[in-house]
Design a protein around this ligand. Structure first.
Ligand code: S3P
Length: 172
């Protein structure tokens, strides 16, 4: 797609553990753009952690707040935005991202994702469950939707730096 993305916000989507935040931060540095993590923005807007939002208000409430925060972040200014794994699964949020940003799917095998999230697991959807089983179920439902992103980049069991380079190459 050459340089057609220039000026558009870049939005990273994909399952938990795909590296959206780490890769997004590094990609932004390389492109000289600001980086924002939608999950962090949601937490500061709500004044509470994502786990607490889920526990006290439920997932539907979280999804609605998530959509509003992402809508606010996509303001026409170029930047890199990391989203939570479920953002792009929500029909309205996905439509918004697809129409106003360049969506990049960081795709990795479930076994790789499970290994990564095992190391740092504060996510409400994984609490007390086997991450590999949860991720397998989520992948079955979500991968066909992530596939609607403008670009798909493999984020395999390699250093995140490799993924950053793959994205930079794809951006041209
Ligand atoms: C979620 C992923 C999380 C966070 C919330 C729900 C999901 O973000 O938004 O726990 O539905 O996949 P990460 O993908 O950054 O872990």
């Amino acid at each position: 797609r050459g340089a057609a993305w220039i000026g558009q916000p870049i939005v990273l989507v994909g399952l938990m553990g795909a590296g959206k935040s780490t890769v997004g931060r590094r990609l932004a540095t390389r492109l000289g753009l600001p980086f924002v993590d939608a999950d962090t923005e949601i937490e500061s807007a709500a004044g509470m952690s994502i786990s607490d939002i889920f526990a006290q208000f439920g997932e539907a409430y979280f999804r609605d707040g998530e959509r509003r925060v992402i809508q606010r972040l996509i303001d026409g200014r170029p930047k890199v935005i990391a989203t939570g794994g479920g953002a792009f699964v929500n029909d309205e949020t996905r439509a918004l991202i697809l129409s106003e940003a360049l969506a990049i799917w960081l795709d990795a095998p479930v076994e790789v994702l499970a290994e990564r999230v095992r190391r740092r697991d504060t996510r409400p959807l994984l609490r007390g469950r086997d991450p590999a089983a949860v991720l397998r179920d989520l992948a079955a439902v979500r991968n066909p939707l992530y596939a609607l992103a403008h670009l798909r980049v493999a984020s395999a069991n390699a250093p995140h730096e490799t993924t950053v380079r793959a994205i930079l190459e794809a951006l041209g």
